[in-house]
Design a protein around this ligand. Structure first.
Ligand code: SAH
Length: 266
């Protein structure tokens, strides 16, 4: 084996060392032999070495080339395992779909977690579920409901696509080196059918972004950009409400109403 790996800050390396937490993560995932299981950022294989026992044909995607050598040596007795070197943000995950939906797993570098979630939502239809270790604060935002202080753009856009289930709180002492923040494992399960489909996804994104730029103002103020269409929205949309009070369904209704007004005006 090569010399011990020194954790690299720029790759967001905080390695899990807490066997009890690792055991809880593996049972939450419940990996099976036939799963199309992909781990993002396996690192020193703290979680991987348990996952492969259940699913020897899993795929590993790791950015740090030094760790690729380590992983290849460690798993040389697993011929069905695939090890890929690459950046998850630049990876087209649709390529891993082979008729079996993807099961994604990762103790993610916290600096890439939000962009990676949005990157993965682009291939939502091909994903069965995702189990990610994230900053606790991000997990709070993912699962927040109207009225919670962490409710915002991330909550609405993720819940539009996925069911969110926070699973395991994880303290800094479970990692080496210990991160400065609390962490948590969350399960995201993409909806098979969107419960509230938007007629125009880009418009929904724009409405949600504009709304949460000024979350304490009224919708009417936030959506000034669409001022000419707002009078046509009808009585069922109350524009004196504040964005932080709206459910995902209400954001979709609002976006769809604006979409209709725009097409009538055309
Ligand atoms: N899963 C391991 C390591 C977690 S640390 C454990 O729990 O102990 C985060 C891991 O993600 C590191 O191995 C790091 O090199 C890797 N990584 C960082 N950025 C990445 C990216 N953009 N794509 C893929 N892997 C990345």
């Amino acid at each position: 084996m090569s010399a011990p790996h020194k954790p690299r800050k720029r790759f967001g390396q905080n390695f899990l060392v807490d066997q009890q937490i690792i055991g809880q993560i593996v049972s939450a995932i419940g990996p099976g032999q036939e799963d199309n299981l992909i781990e993002i950022g396996p690192g020193m294989a703290a979680i991987t070495e348990h996952l492969v026992k259940h699913c020897p044909s899993m795929t590993l995607l790791e950015l740090d080339r030094d760790l690729i050598d380590y992983l290849q040596q460690k798993f040389q007795d697993y011929p069905a395992l695939t090890i890929r070197s690459g950046d998850a943000l630049q990876t087209d995950f649709a390529q891993f779909y082979d008729g079996r939906k993807l099961r994604l797993v990762g103790n993610l570098p916290y600096n890439i977690s939000t962009p990676l979630l949005f990157h993965l939502l682009n291939v939502r239809e091909r994903i069965k579920d995702m189990h990610f270790m994230l900053q606790r604060e991000v997990v709070d935002r993912l699962g927040a409901i109207p009225g919670d202080k962490s409710y915002g753009r991330l909550s609405v856009m993720i819940q539009y696509h996925c069911r969110v289930m926070p699973l395991i709180p994880v303290p800094p002492t479970s990692f080496r080196p210990a991160p400065k923040v609390q962490s948590a494992v969350v399960r995201l399960t993409p909806h098979i059918e969107l419960p509230y489909p938007a007629d125009d996804h880009n418009l929904l994104r724009q409405v949600v972004n504009l709304s949460f730029q000024q979350r304490r103002k009224t919708l009417k103020n936030c959506l000034n950009h669409f001022a000419e269409y707002l009078p046509d929205l009808g009585d069922n949309i109350d524009l004196t409400r504040r964005p932080e009070q709206l459910t995902v369904k209400e954001f979709v209704d609002l976006s769809n109403s604006i979409n209709r007004s725009i097409s009538i005006a055309k």
